[in-house]
Design a binder for this molecule. Sequence first.
Ligand code: ADP
Ligand code: MG
Length: 730
Amino acid sequence: MITDDQIFATLADVFGFHSFKSHQEEIVRTILSGRDVFAVMPTGGGKSLCYQLPALLLDGVCVVVSPLISLMKDQVDAARANGINAATLNSSITPSERNNITAALCSGGIKLLYISPERFNSEFFLDILKSIKISFFAIDEAHCISEWGHDFRRDYLELSKIVTGFPDIHIAAFTATATSRVANDITVRLKLRNPHLTRASFDRPNLFYRVVVKQNIEDQLYNFVLRHKDEAGIIYRISRKKVEQTAMILQSHGIDARAYHAGMSDSDRHAAQEAFSRDKCSVIVATIAFGMGIDKSNVRYVVHGDLPKNIEGYYQETGRAGRDGTPAECVLFYDQQDIMILSKFADNIEDPAARDTARTQFFQMRNFAERDACRRTAILRYFGETYPKTNCGGCDFCLGDIEREDATINAQKVLSAIYRTGERFGAVHICDIVTGANTEKIRDFNHNTLPTYGVGKDQPKQYWRSLINALLAKQILTIDDPKLPTLKLTDDARKILRGQLEFQLQTQKKQPSRAVNRYSDGITREFDERLFQLLRGIRTKIAIAENIPPFVVFSDKPLIEMSTFFPQNETEFVKISGVGHTKFERYGEQFIGEIKRYCQENQIQSKQNYSPVKTEPARTGSSGISATHLLTKQFLEQGMSIEEIAKERQITSGTIVAHLEKLAENGYKLPLERFIKPNRLEQVKKWFETSGVTAESDWRLKPAVEISEGKLDYDEARLARMVLKYGNNS
Ligand code: ADP
Ligand code: MG
């Protein structure tokens, strides 16, 4: 049986992590227990570890299905950098490489085998799989199997052969997108057997969301990139033409930006992606064709230069920022023209059902952009979650960057001009009337005799234009026919004219606040920027020498930690998150050398206190009891329930139960009777006993859980076992 120590030791030694991210532990344990898994976790949630860790602990090879060759290559590189024996079988490898891999597979030398889905077409390949010991199948990007998802791939349908061809082997499926329709499709098509379902929160605390109205979009994009000069980022644009235009403009300013869209040749696209992934260019300007193959963890911003078609896509795209859990910014630019274009696009769809879907999606997207409340709350609500806080602290709205001013009188001026001209004119002419312009049209219609003529001279035309846009956005004005954009009044408009309704204009602060530097655990950190840049330099050098992407050497997060704590020897260095033993051996010397030199020059001491980063020590002292266990005990004594402690500490109830067990084993007195009712305890005891073992000390969880036929889960079993074992002496 695999012990907790093995799990945590592997987590620390191989991956260099000292705690699980949310839901990882539960998934790892379920895979180890031999059950199908279906996990929906956001991008950057740490799905790879969920299958890589059990793959190392179980006998045999874990077969990972992944949709893109470029992605597989990066994942194999990343696994190897951690000292894991990983290989890939796809169309890009030569026959002799294939023979070598097949031989290694048969001799049991490989723990992770990445394959593309179409392999399941080949009898030859299936025969190879049948001749080796497989620990389990992991299906990455599982939504590709659904036609309702946005990345449907016909080849994924082949995966239904897994269950028929390998009925005894379990499947773990992972995706970052799954509406309930897609989720259902995945379960049915993969034929998952009573899978353990996990749906992690889609909240990404380290992402900052901002929405800005377009003025001069190319200038706005350039200025943004300029402010983020040394950082990697993605700019999405709606069309190929705009992609090329933006890329060209940025290049003309001396920024190494590359274009990426489906109209380019495969090799050009590949070159652009490779350059981005290897930090050779900092900005990629792309259509939504760019994305899925990107595991690059240090993308610091994702900018949308136009309003996206739906929130699902917007969220996937922004999700590519800040995978490493360090702060990243997502900015969306839009204007009323974007809104018109998308609205027209939806209206022109012929199929009525598809048209309705597109319209709904458009309305949701528009509401998001024009919203005057927390953005995060809106995104999470879209995914069916309720965000608990009133201020998320991580969006333009919650930071107070959106100001409101009373604009009732100015709105009345505009509305009155529209009313008096019979609702027959567009925005340009109305602005001309209000600002008192002397145009031919004004003279022709005698509009210079209107009482509203020139009443808004005190403000520039642009102000009146944005006021009209805001009135449109709030549906106080409407445009019935996009081909003939004349402004019409609604009931609310009439109320404003009569003074029965106020109107507030939303504006963006001239000097928006800086996006807060918040990490995925919600903590803000200060680090030494200069050292960080030096360490990045070393990372690039190593990456070039080894021909791997820099983020495979280390993502930004470990480098930031190094620039926070200045580790100068092995003991200190391996405490950095992401430093496993292989990476320490390979790269430790170079990084420690640089840190030492820097610290000597600047008279800096290493900081011993790693606590903001390390919440869960991986391994405990000789008694087995460490601060983390004692903290659990303390909360318990304050009267908190296991669930409450888990929530407070952001770890699973399972871990809390494991803590309690450890404490009980070490003779700590706990209010055990609180955890489980006496008659339930009797029932669980029976399950333990019917599993064939009578001595309490030998009770194992798995047989009892299995005998209960779904009525008992591991946590409760463990809790009951603990109460039964230690109940008397508490
Ligand atoms: P996903 O596939 O869900 O988008 P990845 O598997 O690529 O996410 O992981 C995202 C990032 O999180 C990677 O940089 C990875 O190293 C990091 N990560 C994964 N698990 C942990 C952990 N337990 N502690 C700290 N970082 C982690
Ligand atoms: Mg992934």
